[in-house]
Design a protein around this ligand. Structure first.
Ligand code: ADP
Ligand code: MG
Length: 359
């Protein structure tokens, strides 16, 4: 995989940069800006070196970057030209301003279909392409994959860092590490659980995914939220595996298991204290409500107070931990949600593949 160190002299080069500005937005304001902050070093490096840089990114929470444009400029500490359509790129490249951002790529027909003609429209006039958006690497989209057929490609420093840290999670000795999984979307989490049941000391499970496992084991989960297809998804998982830890008690509201209970917290914390490496994705309960934040808070505190190397990821996990004021205390915070899970589940990511990572 070629990186920014391998690029030709950056001065006066026209560079297309896939960036990650996919932040949560509430009432027109960015709620959590980690992803934007992690783009700043590369943007600074390229602009200071005299490159002309077009940022290409998507956002899921809103349709248009116009809503948060001022905040983006502030977080990056730079004036940015807002480029409304791919047809306006040529004008930007001909002008004198060094930094532009193209409107939300997901609004361009063909982006999600990895359409080669959209990639062609984006690539026109550029010297090369840098991908610095790890969190989109599980998507086979035009600005991630098709574009790499048209320009020479380099991995940005964020991708290099993510891959290095997450690889560490896979290669650390089995007896030293534990994995904590929670939240929703079983389809993305089961492959990780499967992979780490063979490659970790313990997999501690909370959230909706714990309800799924309990239900599949034949336990009564009352009115709890479960994934419809959970049983099918869990098919390859040995539900009696001693390394698979599920909660033994819950905070129940209206018949729903909405947080792990005190006894489970105690057991989980005991295990956390023994680990040298901890990988965590997914809140233990419905943390958006204070009374169901208790399990997530206890787990977060136990991790940061342990001596383990800690890796966390997932949009809601990061939001929860940030809300607790603990985000800076984890050893590595991955910007990847689905991409991190796919990487940890030992699946091939199309975006990394397009950068030559698996060659
Ligand atoms: P991440 O974004 O960190 O990967 P997920 O999106 O998978 O996390 O899951 C977070 C969501 O799961 C939150 O909205 C939270 O309220 C919900 N959740 C967690 N546990 C429960 C539960 N027991 N019952 C209902 N919702 C839950
Ligand atoms: Mg989420």
């Amino acid at each position: 995989m070629k990186t920014v160190r391998d690029t030709p002299d950056l001065k006066d080069k026209k560079i297309l940069v896939r960036t990650d500005f996919d932040v949560p937005v509430e009432n027109g304001k960015i709620r959590q800006s980690l992803r934007v902050q992690k783009q700043k070093p590369l943007i600074d490096q390229l602009v200071l070196a005299g490159s002309k840089v077009l940022l290409v990114a998507h956002i899921s929470a809103i349709d248009s970057f116009s809503v948060i444009f001022g905040e983006l400029e502030q977080l990056l500490g730079r004036k940015i030209i807002f480029i409304k359509t791919p047809e306006d790129i040529a004008g930007f490249l001909a002008g004198s301003k060094p930094l532009g951002l193209l409107e939300n790529t997901r609004t361009w027909p063909g982006e999600k279909d990895n359409d080669q003609s959209l990639a062609q429209r984006l690539a026109q006039g550029f010297d090369f392409y840098i991908n610095n958006d790890f969190a989109v690497c599980h998507r086979e989209h035009a600005s991630v994959v098709a574009i790499t057929k048209l320009l020479s490609v380099y991995a940005g420093p964020l991708i290099v860092e993510e891959v290095k840290q997450l690889k560490r999670a896979l290669t650390e000795p089995v007896q030293d590490k534990i994995v904590i999984m929670g939240g929703a979307k079983a389809s993305t989490k089961v492959p990780v659980i499967k992979s780490f049941l063979r490659n970790a000391q313990a997999v501690l499970v909370g959230g909706i995914i714990a309800n799924d496992i309990l239900k599949a084991r034949g336990q009564d989960v009352q009115q709890s939220i479960v994934d419809d297809d959970a049983e099918k998804l869990l098919a390859g998982v040995d539900l009696t595996d001693k390394r698979l830890w599920v909660p033994s008690d819950f905070v129940i509201d209206d018949g729903k298991f909405l947080d792990i209970g005190a006894e489970s917290i105690g057991r989980f914390i005991g295990e956390i204290r023994t680990a040298k490496m901890i990988i965590w994705n997914g809140p233990m309960g419905m943390f958006e409500k204070d009374k169901f934040m208790v399990g997530t808070k206890a787990i977060a505190e136990a991790i940061v107070n342990s001596s383990a190397f800690s890796i966390i990821g997932g949009g809601d996990t990061i939001s929860a931990v940030d809300q607790l004021g603990l985000l800076g205390k984890f050893s590595f915070v991955s910007t990847g949600g689905g991409a991190m899970l796919m990487f940890l589940g030992n699946q091939k990511l199309p975006g990394l593949d397009a950068l030559g990572y698996y060659e």
